[in-house]
Design a protein around this ligand. Sequence first.
Ligand code: ADP
Length: 657
Amino acid sequence: MTDAVTPTKHGFQADVSEVLALVVHSLYTHKEVFLRELISNASDAIDQRGFRALTEPSLAASGAPTIDLVPDRERGTLTIRDDGMGMDESELARNLGTIAHSGTKALLQSLSGDQRKDLNLIGQFGVGFYASFLVADRVEVVSRKAGGDGRAFRWESDGKSGFTVTPAERDAPGTDVILHLRESERDFLREWTLRELVRKYSDFVRHAIRLECTTEKDGAKTRALEQVNRGAALWTRPKSEVTDAQYEEFWKHVSHDWEPPLAWTHFKVEGSQELTGLLFLARRAMPDMPEIRGKGVRLFVRRVFIMDDCEDVLPPWLRFVRGVVDSDDLPLNVSREFLQRDRVSAQLRKHVTRKVLDLLEELAAEGRRDVPDAPAPKEGDDDDDSPKPVADRYAHFWRTSGRILAEGAHDGEHGERVQKLLRFQTSAGEELTSLPSYVSRMAESQPAIWYVPAESRAAALASPHAERLRKRGYEVLLAVEPVDEWVLQNLREFGGKKIVSAAVADLELPEDAKEKEEREKQAGELAPLLASMKESLAASVRDVRVSARLSDAPACLVHDAWEASPRLERMLRAHDRTYEGGKRVLEVNPAHPFVRRMNDLCGDDAQKDRVRDLATLLYDQALVAEGSPPSDPVRFARQVADLLVQSVPAAQGAPAK
Ligand code: ADP
């Protein structure tokens, strides 16, 4: 250490050490990505400085900004140098010594051991800089902040015990990341290796990436900087000139994701507005938390970077989309407030939203693709863990991000398109169905699109509410995801057909005159039971009546169309313990032997208490069948135990108890 000043010693924030250990353990087969991560940081820092210079011209760099790679064989170091924004003393400590995103810690704690090994999740931490320690046993960062007081500082760490920050020298604002490569990683000092890596990972970075090359002539060595990337923003290039591999690398650059994307759309809008966009769908569900969702959509104006995670380019129900939008019409000094009220940006949002919906519709129309089997891994091929191609991209998308898209079903402007993109489980088979295809299968006699809300597919298929419908061969949607029910209940109608829960009180069943007459007759016969049950269950239900929807179950509970389903009620209660739902209607199955026998008991005054007990038991049974807890679990358990005893007669000669 040449500085006379005692270095300030800092410990890493606890979770940094943990993340560092994770990174090094998980990514050791992908070490080379450190370069992409550092170049990406350098490029962001240059963008930031350019953006700040729009309003503070004194911050501008002299000349076009560059990212320089300087290998030094004698010292065994690789330096990545940029003339970006730079960092001051406290920023060095904060940005490189803590994890920037507050959600990271929470996410980290929520991961199980196996998940922690997951490359993809680790990519989402934004651990970019820490990738340095994959190849270096010591890292120095010398930085001077643009527009600062002219002082520079050196951050230094071995990636284990913490870091120090000391005063340093730097001629101009910007940052040098100096990697002291491990003995085994000296290959990263070779010109050829560096050139290939830049071409592979960072060719489309908009700023010039230069490599310091040494040429020998007549025994004299000369060093010169040579640009090694093409340096045109990928989205500005014509589609025909961009390969899939380049799109995939660009995705990794903007998303920090280690897997290739599921799909992308690269578009140009011309006319009253000019804009270019390159937007991606991830393969894997990104955590739906703003802090760790990553960079979202980046907004550029005429190739100048404006902001990360621009929420105003897309509606919130498309927040799973990532990529870049570049507008020719917005002013360079746009702010979030401006975007929210400006007409041009409203138009921009409309265009971009349409393009994403176009992409989703294309994927949906594509159906199941014939995809080649992943090629057998070759000897020494370190990419053999690359993910297999996805056969049904839309189904895959739906599994990962469908819940979010569904939030757009009620959007005033784009709702209709979203509705057609919704997918539901159905009683008709394992495959998901869309509303249009359900409607196309509807029978003439079917008055509505029916759905059953339930916790799981099995529970929905076994639901008493849809028994009769299913017995008669009607298809019902299985609203298994909480969002399904919210969407369907609020949609009310699709393609001119009503959407109705099989659990609503006024369910209209396709019933002929004879069946109706039969049911009315049964209601007459069961009058004593209905009256007695109504009385004994008055505190719990608003009515007891004969059901037309049951076939096997003895009873079920139904609610009004505008009321929350029991499942929704359970969720509301979980948030608010004082929440009280409305009373529902208990329907009994007139053909069920238990119901008929109970009715017979009603005529006998001596059985009054027994009938009352059985009524509460039947009510609790209906609650359990729909997935709700019984109204009085202790009483319910006791009643069931009594029935168990009665159902097994005591063996002859057994001691009486
Ligand atoms: P991320 O880039 O995902 O935020 P990193 O760990 O790669 O995470 O970097 C942490 C922070 O350090 C960055 O957000 C940035 O503020 C700062 N930083 C990293 N590299 C540079 C650089 N070359 N110039 C300026 N700031 C940088």
